[in-house]
Design a protein around this ligand. Sequence first.
Ligand code: ADP
Length: 394
Amino acid sequence: MDALLVVNAGSSSLKFQLFGITDGGLGRQIKGQIGGIGTRPRLQAKGTDGAVLVDRNYETDDVRDLPAAIAAARDWLLTLEGFTLRAVGHRVVHGGPDYAAPVLINAQVLERLASYQDLAPLHQPNNLAPIRQAMAINPDVPQVACFDTAFHHGHPEEVNCYAMPRSYYDDGVRRYGFHGLSYEYIAERLREVAPKVAQGRVIVAHLGSGASMCALKDGHSIETTMGFTALDGLPMGTRPGQLDPGVVLYLILQRGMNAQAVSDLLYHEAGLKGLSGISNDMRDLLASDDPHAKLAIDHFIYRCGLNAGMLAAALGGVDAFVFTAGVGENSAPIRARIAAGLAWLGAELDTAANDAAATLISTPASRVALYVVPTDEELMIARHTLALLRTRQA
Ligand code: ADP
């Protein structure tokens, strides 16, 4: 069977999925990951029927870093029979000011993507590592980069600029926005689930360990809550969301923190984790009766409402609101509280439908239709990769 591999590489985990290419399109075959890179490395993969295909622990020294994890995953993937790899699709966080769509990677493209490392120093180098390795090992297999920023590309300058001197914008200091592959998938899915609504004004709330919202008009992004980096906007598992830049100055100038310490604080120690002092996982906070857990949840709900209001203003009204990602797909109580904050826009939750995690969770009388739509960023990457492969073959 012809197959596509989708790779999503982070600092502590390497996720991969294998899709079969059929006449009807794409069929997911295998979902796997190596987690605990550098600490407790473990390779796990399952077939679509849930059957465990591999579950293997490694010595820390054997999978110390991402390149070692890539090699371990490759060694296992090579043992699979019956698949002919036609292309690899990679999740790449930053497409910089240039890329508005996925791109077939060659040495020149790779060089340009590497030049965006300064814009996403925590993610971009990890995303590029498997591309380099795959190109070296198998130069004949096409590699495709799919960007988290691309879906937001093309926002007019008054939308994506900061009120800073012009030269900063020209140097790339812009509001790029992220989670674009998720939003693009939802926009496509909404066309199937609710075609009329999909043409209207929709807010999508991607609420996972990273969280953001996107305003869609006729399926296109017109505004989003993240900006230059994935730190802005909503509070997240370990990131604070919107923060007065004066706080950063205070930490450096008055508290004597260096840049690395501030970065660690803002990326890893803030958000729900920092505010609650308990956990970055919404499930732990919901299960806790500690007042700080309640505060973290209340803050999250409040900021979701506030940001939804901002996006409603950008759209000039709202026809639908979509919940997705870990929290959005799985937590009925959080959805109920966010929906209550949308009552001023005319949203009315159908409690039974919400508890059942139905697709449509608003009442017939609701002026804002509320939906739960599971996201699938990997499938989006596979679709893009296949599309580019087919253009190349045409
Ligand atoms: P990532 O950004 O890592 O892809 P996900 O979209 O998978 O994140 O979301 C992960 C988060 O979803 C977890 O940290 C957890 O807080 C949250 N989550 C998952 N299931 C539930 C649930 N039933 N109730 C509340 N939160 C949940």
